[in-house]
Ligand binder design. Structure first.
Ligand code: 13P
Length: 248
């Protein structure tokens, strides 16, 4: 049985004041059936980690360096993330791929460094609108996934999470239909099954892209959708919690 995971990717949003309010709101929630994780900007990780002390809500980073330590200006290592209290790190988000030129190879290296540093990677995969219209969604997602499996080995996925995030649904208000999302999730699980049936059965595959309290229940009811990676709606505690409650 896979425990659903609802993770909030705050992206580059917030201030000391709004972070306080958001965490207070999330902490005030009654127990929900899903595991909850928040991924604040790196500069807020220590603060949020402290605020979450003693709570069941987990902490995640939005990226992790592909090196252990050294002259990598602007990067944050897995060991540093651990010290800040992170359990998870997002890798390969489409904004990193498209705006900052992160390649499949770099994403695979970041994934490997997370795993070896004791951080669970949340690996993002997804096609652009053009690719969907060309009918190559499954090939695109398979190539993104294979790059990481080939580099890290399927064993590295034992504690990992995958997020299917169609690029055309991110921040656009255009959500994939439950059928569209389920089809890709099932395809990702089948690809993993070809490598290791146990990993495929246990791994959580999240949907991300304009998920909100109004559309979450239908998406989360799909057999291969094990949670959500939430952007905009994770910045409001009531919305984030309403999505988590939709798991039940
Ligand atoms: P939105 O929920 O704002 O569409 O963002 C999704 C996302 O990119 C989460 O990583």
């Amino acid at each position: 049985m896979r425990t659903s995971l609802i993770a909030g990717n705050w992206k580059m949003n917030g201030s000391l004041q709004s972070v306080n309010e958001l965490i207070e709101g999330i902490r005030a929630a009654d127990a929900v059936g899903a595991e909850l994780v928040v991924c604040p900007p790196a500069v807020f990780l220590f603060k949020v980690g402290g605020m979450l002390d003693g709570s069941a809500v987990g902490l995640g980073a939005q990226n992790v360096c592909n090196h252990e330590a050294g002259a990598y200006t602007g990067e944050v290592s897995a060991a540093m993330l651990r010290e800040a209290g992170c359990r998870y790190a997002i890798v390969g988000h489409s904004e990193r791929r498209s705006l900052y030129g992160e390649t499949d190879q770099l994403v695979a290296e970041r994934f490997a460094m997370a795993v070896s540093g004791g951080i669970r990677p949340i690996l993002c995969l997804g096609e652009t609108l053009e690719q969907r219209e060309q009918g190559v969604t499954e090939q695109v997602v398979a190539a993104q996934l294979d790059a990481v499996v080939d580099h890290c080995g399927i064993e590295a996925f034992a504690e990992a999470v995958i997020a299917y995030e169609p690029v055309w649904a991110i921040g656009t208000g255009k959500v994939a239909t439950p059928e569209q999302a389920q089809a890709v999730h099932a395809c990702i699980r089948a690809l993993l099954e070809g490598r290791d049936a146990q990993v495929a059965a246990g791994i959580r595959i999240l949907y991300g892209g304009s998920m909100n309290p109004g559309n979450a229940a239908e998406l989360l009811a799909q057999a291969d959708i094990d949670g959500g990676l939430i952007g905009g709606a994770s910045l409001k505690a009531p919305d984030f919690l309403a999505i988590a409650q939709a798991v039940d």
